[in-house]
Write a protein that binds this ligand. Structure first.
Ligand SMILES: NC(=O)c1ccc[n+]([C@@H]2O[C@H](COP(=O)([O-])OP(=O)(O)OC[C@H]3O[C@@H](n4cnc5c(N)ncnc54)[C@H](O)[C@@H]3O)[C@@H](O)[C@H]2O)c1
Length: 260
């Protein structure tokens, strides 16, 4: 019997329209690059418009850049209008924009607490609030929220960040229940320490960069940090129809860090 190999590998999000927030750098940028490679058209959203433009320009006609701060409702509305106006639909929303600060609750200034919550939690709420009606009207979609493995365990000296990521994981479950009947799946990913632009900057500024990386790596039994591309692979899968029966889940992508 002849064996016929099909050399044409199907693209995994072919023809889908995606918005990715915080896509000007790090994990979001890696997700934008991967989704375009797999056939999607991507709105590269970032509060730093120049970063968004540089990534979108590099990706070519399958990407458009938008300067949007996810904590500002008017920016988010404009971003959603641009995506649905330019491409006619929104199939995928990756709520990835976020940042962390140091400090326990005593040391954390109220303004800094509010700033973390405004981006990491309110940002997820706002982007979802405006994108979900578009998805519901067209018959479904997939939302992937970037939480963190600190949503499942504690981490010293990061009170606001840990609280914000716990909220993202909880909100993900709630949204999954609320919007299942509209065929909208909602999941989160929980990365461990990942060599994003953010961590590269922290490592470069450290007194002992090699020791710092060794310490972060030693948190996982695989004894290394993740790469943005490794996180993006899981975002892609959750965003795609391959994950058609997956909703309300949190996927830990941390080299086993919280397994021990
Ligand atoms: N890198 C890690 O180790 C790690 C681990 C767990 C979770 N995360 C989460 O992954 C996400 C991405 O982090 P990263 O490490 O790639 O960071 P990064 O700093 O490398 O990239 C984040 C991007 O988001 C943009 N951004 C920040 N605030 C924004 C806002 N209000 N509106 C729009 N864009 C905004 C930044 O300009 C930047 O381009 C964050 O939510 C972060 O908390 C990262």
């Amino acid at each position: 019997m002849d064996i016929v190999f099909n050399l044409e590998v199907a693209m995994r999000v072919n023809g889908k329209i995606a918005i990715i927030t915080g896509a000007g750098a790090g994990i979001g940028e890696a997700a934008a690059r991967l989704l375009v490679r797999e056939g999607a058209k991507v709105v590269v959203a970032d509060r730093d418009g120049d970063l968004a433009k540089a990534v979108a320009a590099d990706l070519g006609p399958a990407a458009i850049a938008v300067r949007a701060d996810v904590s500002r409702a008017e920016d988010v509305k404009a971003m959603v209008d641009l995506a649905s106006g330019e491409f006619g639909r929104i199939d995928i929303l990756v709520n990835n924009a976020g940042f962390g600060i140091r400090g326990n609750v005593v040391a954390t200034a109220e303004g800094d607490w509010d700033a973390v919550m405004a981006v990491n939690v309110k940002g997820v709420y706002l982007c979802s609030k405006y994108a979900i009606p578009v998805m519901a009207a067209q018959g479904g979609g997939s939302i992937v929220n970037t939480a963190s493995n600190v949503a499942a365990v504690g981490l010293a000296d990061r009170a606001a960040y840990v609280a914000s990521k716990g909220a993202v994981a909880a909100l993900t479950r709630s949204m999954a229940i609320d919007h299942a009947a509209e065929q909208i799946r909602v999941n989160s990913i929980a990365p461990g320490p990942t060599r994003s632009t953010y961590f590269d900057r922290m490592i470069a500024a450290h007194d002992d960069p090699a020791g710092f990386v060794a310490g972060l790596s030693a948190r996982s039994p695989m004894n290394r940090m993740g790469t943005p591309a490794e996180i993006a692979n899981v975002i892609l899968w959750l965003a795609s129809d391959e994950a058609s029966f997956v909703t309300g889940a949190m996927y830990v992508v941390d080299g086993g860090a919280i397994a021990w």
